[in-house]
Design a protein around this ligand. Structure first.
Ligand SMILES: NC(=O)c1ccc[n+]([C@@H]2O[C@H](COP(=O)([O-])OP(=O)(O)OC[C@H]3O[C@@H](n4cnc5c(N)ncnc54)[C@H](OP(=O)(O)O)[C@@H]3O)[C@@H](O)[C@H]2O)c1
Length: 321
């Protein structure tokens, strides 16, 4: 099968298409013919081998896993003898488990119990491939924050993969949502259900006197220090990036008052994929797609993701126009 492989950490150009052996499903696995996948910020970080400390998990001298990619949508093409949930021909979507990759390829084998589910009816493979990563990362942050009906949340970086998911999921939790993004994405944020929008090129939310129960820094560009004045007395700053936030999370957990939460490592479960499927089927969630590239253009797609300016998600298509 064709797959995008890399053997050394570095710039996007280390990625190349290669013929590799097609995986064979074990008894409890399905083999999925992948029609669409995505390039995520996690793929980029692993490929670059940055921060260096991450190489203790991904391979110190060279990457342990040659094929990147976590999200997928496609068709079940073979099933192991013990599989009962899926049959050949089923359309599926999902993500690999944390720290597992391998979807930048024509086929992948996944356990039946993996974060995989039947694709929502009427959803394209491209859209379905772009559902899980940002949404599950957003859920992983929002749940421990204990967001309740009517509470005020500000989503900073509301136009990214985690941000577009965060706005929609905070709406699902019936919170009052303020989305902060660039001028060009204000309409998108409104369409995702934001009650209020702030254009960060025009207004600094930390100076407008408003306060929030939760500030969700969905793009890792803000800081607890700068947000503190905009948090209510027991407010929570939700972090998605930055080593310093790990220390701040530990430190503030010992004190009363405003807190930093930085829920890592990520955990992707079938239960969450099924939860998202239900939200999609009841019209309460949609994947935001910025650009689509064929698998052959993975280097260009990766360069674009690395501008850190994508809106929502960047999809790779495999064998579909
Ligand atoms: N915790 C985890 O396990 C985990 C896993 C994956 C990723 N991450 C981290 O989570 C963060 C978000 O990832 P992502 O994939 O959602 O990001 P992304 O999609 O690449 O975010 C890009 C978006 O952020 C907006 N943006 C850029 N600079 C901004 C700023 N200063 N203020 C407000 N918005 C800004 C961009 O729009 P404009 O440029 O137009 O404003 C763009 O729409 C990253 O820091 C990533 O490293 C964490």
């Amino acid at each position: 099968m064709r797959a995008v492989v890399f053997d050394t950490y570095g710039a996007p150009e280390v990625l190349r298409l290669e013929e590799v052996e097609r995986p064979v499903p074990k008894a409890d696995e399905v083999r999925v013919k992948i029609h669409a996948t995505t390039v995520t910020r996690s793929d980029c970080a692993v490929r670059a081998g940055k921060p260096f400390i991450s190489r203790f998990f991904t391979g110190l001298r060279r990457p342990k896993q040659r094929i990147l990619g976590t999200e997928l949508a496609g068709e079940v093409e073979a099933v192991g003898a013990a599989v009962s949930e899926f049959a050949v021909g089923d359309h599926v979507f999902g993500t690999t488990s944390a720290f597992r990759f391998g979807t930048h390829a024509e086929f992948i084998c996944m356990q039946e119990s993996a974060p995989l589910a039947h694709k929502p009816a009427g959803m394209s493979f491209e859209e379905a491939a772009a559902v899980c990563d940002g949404a599950i990362l957003a859920l992983m942050c929002l749940r421990p924050a204990g967001l309740r009906k009517g509470q005020r949340i500000l989503v900073y970086g509301a136009s990214g993969s985690i941000g577009t998911a965060g706005v929609q999921l905070a709406g699902y939790f019936q919170a009052d949502v303020t989305a902060v993004c660039n001028t060009k994405n204000l309409e998108l944020a409104r369409s995702l259900g934001a009650d209020r929008v702030i254009d960060y090129t025009q207004e600094d939310f930390t100076k407008n006197g408003e306060t929030y129960d939760v500030i969700f820094d969905a793009v890792g560009k803000h800081s607890f220090k700068r947000c503190q004045g905009s948090l209510k007395r027991d407010g929570v700053y939700l972090a998605t990036d930055g080593l310093r936030n790990l220390f701040l999370a530990l430190w503030t957990s010992r004190l009363g008052g405003k807190k930093v939460l930085f829920p890592i490592p990520p955990r992707y479960t079938k239960k969450d994929v099924l939860f998202l499927k239900e939200l999609i089927e009841t019209g309460r969630y949609r994947a935001v797609i910025d650009r689509r590239y064929p698998l052959e253009e993975v280097v260009e797609a990766t360069r674009y993701v690395e501008t850190k300016q994508k809106t929502g998600n960047v999809v790779l298509t495999i064998g579909i126009a």
